[in-house]
Design a protein around this ligand. Structure first.
Ligand SMILES: Nc1ncnc2c1ncn2[C@@H]1O[C@H](COP(=O)(O)OP(=O)(O)OP(=O)(O)O)[C@@H](O)[C@H]1O
Ligand SMILES: [Mg+2]
Length: 278
């Protein structure tokens, strides 16, 4: 059951509004996660501002995906708190309630319905939990059609609206999946390695798309592609061994001696270095 901090129950139909009076939409405080004895997250603190675009970088195994797992309710932390706005305690909610509350997550591999058209894929996510047949044979209202068109235009797939999703390129499938997430009007979007496997042009287009989504949504992007990160970066957080090592603008990060030592070399590119597991 979804409750606010005072214990009052909220139902799925309630529009859950995170309290962002202090400008912060996600509060992650003192969070630790252990797998056996290995600490994947170690007293991690992270604050995401309402409407910001945040890049999250760090070596393989630094804890980036685990952090997303904690925020989305896939993993429960051993200690710490995770709040959506000031009041909503995400640790009280399960994965589907967190998604419903307005936190959307894009996994690395696109999961679109290949046998449906681009339009139908969005239509399906717009209708939420009605079930595939009901939603596809249900007549759309003008308002719903407008909303789908708007999403298609945001993700740049207006021309492809009536293509089967299987015809799309890898990059286009990734955009479609972002469009499907947008149908739920999330306040926060978590995107894990969006440009892996994309062409240069697709990568550029993805940078534009994610940048355009900030403001209306808070967007947290995990990515190893430093050229891409540089092209979208405002504030960057570096994770190292499950904690925040540094936070700041890209140039602050690139000139931070600690970051150079453990993650980015002198040239500002990733050094191939695995985080020690013990
Ligand atoms: N379910 C699990 N069981 C055991 N160990 C895990 C599990 N999930 C993650 N880990 C370990 O936790 C650490 C953090 O992993 P995580 O996937 O969060 O890293 P990451 O920063 O996303 O790395 P990458 O850049 O490679 O995606 C790694 O050492 C990983 O092996
Ligand atoms: Mg990862």
């Amino acid at each position: 059951m979804i409750v606010d901090r005072t214990g009052s129950p909220l139902t799925a139909k309630d529009h859950i509004k995170p309290d962002t009076r202090h400008g912060v939409i996600l509060y992650v405080e003192d969070v630790s996660v252990s797998f056996d004895r290995f600490k994947a997250l170690n007293d991690l603190n992270l604050y995401i501002n309402d409407g910001e675009l945040r890049c999250l970088i760090g070596a393989n195994g630094a804890g980036k995906t685990t952090l997303m797992d904690v925020i989305t309710g896939k993993i429960r932390p051993d200690t710490g708190t995770v709040n959506f706005g000031q009041q909503i305690d995400l640790l009280q909610l399960d994965e589907s309630e967190i998604a419903m509350a307005g936190i959307g997550r894009k996994f690395q591999k696109p999961t679109v319905f290949e046998a449906l058209t681009v339009f139908e894929n969005i239509e399906l996510s717009l209708s939420g939990d009605k079930g595939i047949w009901t939603s596809l044979f249900h007549k759309l209202t003008g308002e719903q059609k407008d909303r789908i068109e708007e999403i298609l235009s945001t993700i740049g797939l207006v021309q492809e609206a009536h293509y089967l999703a299987e015809r799309l390129s890898h990059g286009q499938k990734q955009w479609l999946e972002i469009g499907m997430l947008l149908a739920a009007e999330p306040r926060v979007l978590l995107v894990d390695e969006p440009v892996a496997g994309m062409t240069g042009q697709e990568t550029e287009r993805t940078a534009e798309l994610l940048t355009s989504l900030a403001g209306k949504h808070s967007v947290v992007v995990v990515e190893h592609d430093m050229a891409f990160v540089r092209s979208i970066a405002r504030k960057v957080t570096v994770l190292h061994q499950g904690s925040v090592l540094a936070e700041g603008s890209m140039s602050e990060i690139q000139s931070n001696p600690e970051v150079i030592k453990v993650y980015l070399g002198e040239d500002g590119e990733e050094t191939v270095q695995e985080t020690a597991h013990d």
